[in-house]
Write a protein that binds this ligand. Structure first.
Ligand SMILES: C=C(O[C@@H]1C=C(C(=O)O)C=C[C@H]1O)C(=O)O
Length: 354
């Protein structure tokens, strides 16, 4: 894939705008607010794939005259999501500047191919591909390849997190390792983070955006609405243009020259990735010990012994086997779990002694 050369925007490249285009008024006022804060690439959902029926599914084609007006008045570029050949056709007819393929589309190679076919001969339009909702790097790469093979040269990836059934503080768990693997394989691929969809709520946006900057993402796509609480979709995760600016101003972004000097230092780059992976490892461990505490409290209530031989034997048998499937040395996994188990016993003993 030919990659970042097409992209010469400011660093980081910020794409900001409402989750959905709702009304002419909402669009014009939001874009005006964003332009006042210095933003010039606007996002807006025209068609919205929603999890459940009877939610607001976007205003559809009605939004195009509003977009046209906003482009003329404020001299901005517009990015929208496309999920079918028809969407692509309409986006091109209506002079949309940047297209993105959403996470629910990336999962389906038939859909992606349909979009790719509709893009044949277009070439110059930037197309960004969101990660699939499920944590499958190859599916993400496959979608990027399909778009690229259609002749699109200006291509990029958006990391928006992954769906999960497990309880999480995130709306979509970030699993940073996956976009980092993508970055390792295609160091020149434009990589943008979507903190809004990872966070699902305002108060997590900053830390996610900062992490993306620490990991040298090229940009952020963030939802912003003139009055977020009244938004017809994703109300909890949008910011006013002014608050978006305040948040972005707090981000620490390394000086470009140091960043690129450092980038040459492959070792530093890999160590950064190790740091981030270790943070995740510790988060997972902390989650495990929270569960161990729950078991401890329950056992205390029911007056059950702390040490459970059968359960422990089962763990000691299958964890090394699980590890082996991930190319981990079973002896190492066994030792690791012995240490984890010791800590579980210590934690539960504390609970019993409380
Ligand atoms: C968590 C428990 O308590 C202890 C700790 C275990 C663990 O860390 O996985 C397993 C068995 C018990 O010896 C439990 O009983 O499940």
């Amino acid at each position: 894939m030919e990659l970042k050369s097409w992209y010469a925007e400011e660093k980081p490249w910020i794409i900001a705008g409402p989750c959905s285009a709702e009304t002419e008024d909402q669009m014009m006022e939001t874009v005006e607010g964003l332009v006042k804060q210095g933003f010039s690439t606007i996002r807006a959902g025209v068609w919205k794939p929603r999890t459940r029926p009877n939610s607001f599914e976007g205003v559809g084609e009605k939004a195009f005259p509003w977009i046209k007006q906003a482009k003329e008045v404020f001299k901005v570029k517009f990015a929208i999501e496309v999920a079918s050949a028809r969407h692509v056709e309409l986006a091109l007819q209506n002079d949309i500047d940047i297209l993105w393929v959403g996470a629910r589309t990336t999962v389906n190679p038939f859909n992606v191919q349909e979009i790719a076919d509709a893009l044949k001969g277009v070439k110059d339009k930037p197309v960004l591909v969101k990660n699939p909702v499920n944590p499958d790097l190859n599916l993400w790469i496959g979608a990027l390849e399909r778009i690229h093979q259609a002749g699109i040269q200006k291509i990029g990836a958006i990391h928006r997190g992954f769906s999960t059934y497990q309880e999480s503080i995130y709306r979509n768990i970030p699993l940073w390792q996956i976009p980092l693997d993508l970055k390792s394989r295609y160091p020149e691929l434009l990589l943008i983070c979507d903190p809004s969809h990872i966070a699902g709520k305002r108060d997590l946006l900053f830390e996610i955006a900062q992490k993306a900057m620490n990991l040298r993402y090229d940009g952020l796509i963030i939802e912003s609405h003139r009055s977020p609480d009244e938004a017809w979709s994703d109300a909890a995760q949008q910011l006013t243009p002014a608050n978006l600016k305040l948040m972005l101003d707090k981000l620490q972004i390394r000086d470009l020259t140091i960043a690129s000097a450092k980038l040459q230092n492959k070792l530093d780059q890999i160590r950064d990735e190790i740091d981030e992976t270790d943070k995740e490892l510790l988060e997972v461990l902390a989650r495990r010990f929270e569960l161990v505490k729950k078991v401890g409290n329950y056992k205390k209530e029911k007056n059950v012994a702390i040490f459970q031989l059968e359960r422990w034997n089962a763990i000691l048998k299958n964890r090394p086997e699980w590890g082996e499937k991930l190319q981990l040395n079973p002896d190492f996994v066994k030792t690791l779990y012995q240490s984890v188990h010791d800590e579980s016993i210590r934690i539960q003993t504390d609970i019993y002694n409380e």
